[in-house]
Design a protein around this ligand. Structure first.
Ligand code: OAD
Length: 269
């Protein structure tokens, strides 16, 4: 580990932060965005990367739209937390991890037991009214159910306007999933910035580091004196910022790291 005792630094800290991206959920069966076969490899982000763009795509190409929605459904219906998510939750239970800052919208950190999760790109497990801005709690099951309803509507050829695809809030406004699409403001940015600026160790797991502002957080952490540790099988835009790069899959590397942290704690006591 480049001579740096990563496990030791984590074991002696209660201010570790994990910044995660799609790669941490890859072993749960959710494709990443930019790897071969990933979402932006198969669909054009210029076409479906915004919410109105996605609706236009669904309506103008209903059969491709149905395939897109069914693909989304099958991935999310079967995804479960993997050992990488579980290791991060364990670090929080052990009192070392302050929070997870994630770009993922899949809710798998919470399902693995993580309590403090800052979802910078929102989540599919929540909706919001585009009229009155009410936040409507939901579950991934609700999300799956809505995908099914959209598929039925598209298959019936009855959809000629985005409003036909979406539910309505009691106020009459249209309701959408509370995820952050391209061009929209990220969520929890202030909290994430404070955490990045005050952590001792930042674990940067499974992100290509090309989407801002999340990609700026490791550099902020490093500039404020944190040890930045990248966990990724491949080099990324953030490898140059990281003090240590642990090359491997999150589901292999993180459980090993947590075992080493536990061993340090046992030796100390
Ligand atoms: P990317 O698809 O850009 O990057 C995924 C990263 O995960 C790559 O660096 C892979 O090498 C790495 N990876 C793959 N398998 C892994 C594994 N088993 N363990 C660890 N790492 C692995 O995904 P993100 O960086 O999350 O935003 O993308 C950032 C944002 O771009 C997304 O949140 C999304 C997208 O457009 C919005 O939709 C706003």
């Amino acid at each position: 580990m480049n001579g740096i005792d990563v496990a030791g630094r984590i074991a002696s800290s209660d201010r570790v932060v994990a910044l995660t991206g799609a790669g941490i959920s890859a072993e749960s069966g959710i494709p990443t965005f930019r790897d071969p076969g990933g979402i932006w490899d198969r669909f054009d982000p210029a076409e479906v990367g915004t919410f109105p763009g996605m609706l236009r795509f669904l309506i103008s190409k209903p059969w491709e739209g149905i395939e897109f929605l069914r693909g989304l459904r099958s991935v999310f219906a079967s995804a479960c937390p993997n050992p990488g998510h579980e290791a991060i939750a364990e670090l929080e239970r052990l009192g070392h991890l302050r929070c997870v800052i994630t770009q993922n919208v899949d809710g798998l950190h919470q399902r693995a037991g993580s309590v403090r999760v800052l979802e910078m790109h929102g989540t599919f497990a929540r909706s919001r009214c585009m009229g009155c801005a009410a936040v409507l709690p939901a579950t991934i099951e609700d999300f799956l159910c809505e995908l099914d309803q959209m598929v039925v509507k598209l298959g019936s050829y009855m959809v000629s306007h985005p409003a036909h695809l979406l539910r309505r809030c009691p106020c009459g406004g249209l309701v959408r999933w509370d995820f952050v699409a391209f061009g929209e403001a990220v969520q929890c940015l202030d909290e994430a910035t404070v955490e990045a600026a005050s952590c001792d160790v930042m674990l940067v797991c499974g992100t290509s580091g090309v989407v801002y502002p999340a990609a700026a957080l490791p550099e902020l952490a490093r500039d404020r004196g944190a040890l930045v540790v990248e966990v990724n099988p491949d080099a990324t835009e953030l490898s140059g910022v990281a003090d240590v790069s642990l090359r491997g899959r999150a589901g292999d590397v993180l459980p090993e790291l947590v075992a080493a942290v536990r061993a340090r704690a046992a030796n100390v006591s």
